[in-house]
Write a protein that binds this ligand. Sequence first.
Ligand code: CTP
Ligand code: MN
Ligand code: MN
Ligand code: MN
Length: 371
Amino acid sequence: AECLNFAMVFSVPNYACQRRTTLENHNAVLTDALSLLAENAELEDEDGRGVAFRRAAAVLKALPKPVTSLTQLRGLPCLGEHSLRVIQDVLETGSSSEAESTKQSERFKALKVLTGIFGVGPKTAAWWIRHGINTLHQLRASGHTLNRAQQAGLEHYDGVNRPVTKAEADAIGEIVETAVTSVLPGAQVTLTGGFRRGKLTGHDVDFLITHPEEGREEGLMPKVVSWLESQGFLLYQKTTRNSYLESKDGPARPASNMDRFERCFSIFKLDACGRQPALSQADEEPKPWRAVRVDLVVSPISQFAFALLGWTGSKLFERELRRWAGYEKTMSLSSHALYDNKQSRYLKATSEEEIFAHLGLEYVPPSERNA
Ligand code: CTP
Ligand code: MN
Ligand code: MN
Ligand code: MN
């Protein structure tokens, strides 16, 4: 047994993509507090502050042991004054007073409830709150006009906000697989997002679809969606066609972090088949099915590795990969391509391993990208 009279001092590299972050977290109380403050900042539409808290939480997630004193954190990256104050509060009192009071504030609760509606972001939620709407009941009674996504989001609120299990994700995976291979034999479906990182639950299920012959994937999404619709699997869907070739900003430099693949944001109707049907509101009959958010993306095989890396997450890990590429390597990484700004050329890759190698990073498998 070790006997140390002084606390262990931790060392963590600067970028989350240089670290291996598993789901095992030795500092959950600290990272929960910081994540809540990050969520609050994002709900207040202050993304810069949100990222700062997310980065601080990610550093603590990467530590091999629980933090017991602030001095152990000396020299660690991404821990700003505010985050350190939160950490100190937790270490001294067992919880963060700021996180606790935020969690209990009416504004936080209202923002969370309203943005829980699929299709509602922080700006819309804030606007509703300014107009006296703080709850779903008030929203329904207000007669405010909702777009199609928001109508579906409100209608399927309970389902969309209930965590999706791995078993449910696998069941959806089989449906998507059947749909895709029915309309295009030889096409391939890959589970991405949190479930590919080994998470046991998720807020949705993400899939990437491709075909080994370049070009065969063109126009695939509308066919998949028609098939799913004809079988009654879709409660809602919005398909966006591929806008990659017509984009003026260039493949590796999209105007936003949003990629330009053919995509479909949907709400699936998943039969309870054998599982316990979800109990909804007490006055309702238990439904024999549940609503599940599903994201489908189609990529040509030539961009598949980039799309896979870009859609596996975590969101912070992705952000850090792009930051590393830009600041440390003078490269531009997107879910479509990697561009070397010094050599003025695209760097091809057919696997995630190759992309990490191009970036001068040690390969990090999906299960260790949980930053
Ligand atoms: N993503 C993206 N473009 C979007 C939405 C998501 O590139 N418009 C990427 C995210 O960067 C992330 C991945 O898709 O890498 C999955 O996103 P999301 O489903 O939101 O998060 P998960 O990590 O899967 O977590 P959860 O379990 O909550 O779904
Ligand atoms: Mn450990
Ligand atoms: Mn997801
Ligand atoms: Mn998603």
